[in-house]
Design a protein around this ligand. Structure first.
Ligand SMILES: [Zn+2]
Length: 153
């Protein structure tokens, strides 16, 4: 790849990516209003309550909340008021955080227990930074455990 080709590839991707980001920014206040409305109903619930009905209500609002959301992940977000469970960052504070720096984490990773893959309480909101740290930690542990399993007898 030449530098000119690289610049062309970047430009091709860049215009698409920036247009999606711009559209998301324009959508944020509406997404935030829907979130706040449903969260207001969630805050009174105990942590053991069923958050699925509220998650469904939020998903029905459309916009960001309807896109690529696993319903159990969304319930987890409501259960934890949209805050990273590790550092307490408010993931709905602004467009950049909500759309770009947040995710849903499998508390117990899939490789450790597939049965928990879609367990409602196994889905927690996390900021991208904490999730990256946790993922690296999990990969290391996984490598260590598979190394010991594969060691010759
Ligand atoms: Zn965090």
């Amino acid at each position: 790849m030449t530098p000119d080709e690289q610049a062309k590839y970047v430009d091709d991707e860049k215009s698409y990516i920036l247009s999606i980001r711009e559209a998301a920014r324009g959508q944020f206040s509406e997404d935030k209003r829907h979130w706040d409305k449903v969260l207001a109903k969630a805050v009174g619930l105990s942590s053991g309550a069923d958050f699925l009905p509220l998650a469904k209500e939020l998903k029905q609002q459309g916009g960001y909340w309807d896109q690529h959301w696993n319903i159990n992940a969304l319930a987890g977000w409501l259960r934890h008021a949209g805050r990273c469970v590790y550092c307490n960052k408010d993931l709905t504070a602004c467009a950049d955080v909500l759309y770009g720096q947040s995710c849903s984490d499998h508390l117990v990773p899939r490789f450790q227990n597939m049965n928990l893959e879609n367990a409602p309480l196994n889905w927690v909101p996390a900021c991208q930074w904490c999730n990256n740290i946790k993922s690296r930690h999990e990969r290391r542990r996984r490598k260590e455990s598979s190394g010991s399993n594969n060691s010759p007898a």
